[in-house]
Design a protein around this ligand. Structure first.
Ligand SMILES: Cc1cc2nc3c(=O)[nH]c(=O)nc-3n(C[C@H](O)[C@H](O)[C@H](O)COP(=O)(O)O)c2cc1C
Length: 243
């Protein structure tokens, strides 16, 4: 069984700004985690991911979406990863539309992509969310991501209290510049320090949980593989066995 944990960090902002910085800086801490991790960062900046048009053609086309854009690349990265860390700005007390469009299409295109529904994706999913205001909807936006993980038969993860209740949340002190998080972190701003402490613990716990899930899967593999809904997950567990 592949012992490496594949972690996909998704920066869900249309610009390379605070979400990207929070994610990238947090993942620099990965060497302090006691498990081997392979990280990939995907940024929505410069990418085109259109909204689902509700044609349901994906259900007929083995899960292939008729919209041709950057969706498929990100879907494949998502499918192949054990841990997904979403880092995103609050938009109107929720997640940005581009990220929602990806999640809509991801969920719907799984019908047809696999032979049956309710696949056991078994990802460990964490959320890092920041906005410009102190109470700007960070927890609401985070809760959407946690619901998304439950809906895709995955495992939502928080960090350690007291810094992290449902993930990592932060704010940019009413500033809209894309490098505000960096400036505040460099200046050792207390609130921003809490955000990063929370973010690092979200990532650490996500990796640990993925390692536990993998170990459990290896013990129970014979039983699990009788259920077709576990097969892609088990295949992912063995993805680089022969490399
Ligand atoms: C369309 C839009 C809606 C926003 N809505 C909120 C909001 O509801 N609450 C909030 O605190 N900040 C809101 N913001 C501010 C962003 O969350 C904030 O600027 C964030 O730091 C941007 O992150 P980024 O640099 O990764 O894009 C909004 C920004 C935009 C462009």
């Amino acid at each position: 069984m592949d012992s490496k944990i594949k972690l996909l960090g998704i920066s869900g902002s249309p610009r390379k700004g605070n979400s990207y910085y929070l994610l990238n800086e947090t993942l620099k801490d990965i060497d302090n985690i006691d498990f081997p991790v392979e990280t990939t960062i995907y940024s929505f900046a410069g990418k085109k991911i259109q909204s689902c048009i509700g044609c349901f053609k994906c259900n007929e086309n083995k899960g292939q979406c008729i919209l041709k854009d950057d969706f498929e690349d990100l879907r494949q990265l998502w499918i192949n990863s054990d841990v997904i860390i979403y880092s995103f700005p609050v938009y109107h007390m929720s997640i940005p539309g581009q990220l929602k469009s990806f999640i809509d299409r991801l969920g719907n295109c799984f019908y047809g992509y696999y032979e049956v529904s309710s696949m056991r994706h078994m990802k460990v999913i964490g959320a890092l969310c920041q906005g410009m205001h102190f109470f700007g909807g960070q927890e609401l936006a985070t809760s959407f991501i946690l619901q998304h993980s439950v809906l895709l038969n995955s495992i939502p993860i928080a960090g350690d209290g007291w810094h992290s209740y449902t993930g990592a949340q932060g704010w940019t002190n009413n500033k809209t510049d894309r490098d505000t998080m960096k400036q505040l972190y460099d200046a050792k701003d207390l609130d921003t320090d809490i955000t990063f402490t929370a973010a690092k613990s979200v990532v650490k716990r996500a990796v640990e949980m993925a390692a536990i899930v993998k170990a459990g899967a290896s013990i129970h593999e014979d039983k699990l593989k009788k259920d077709i809904r576990y097969v892609p997950f088990l295949e992912r567990m063995h993805a680089s066995d022969n490399k």
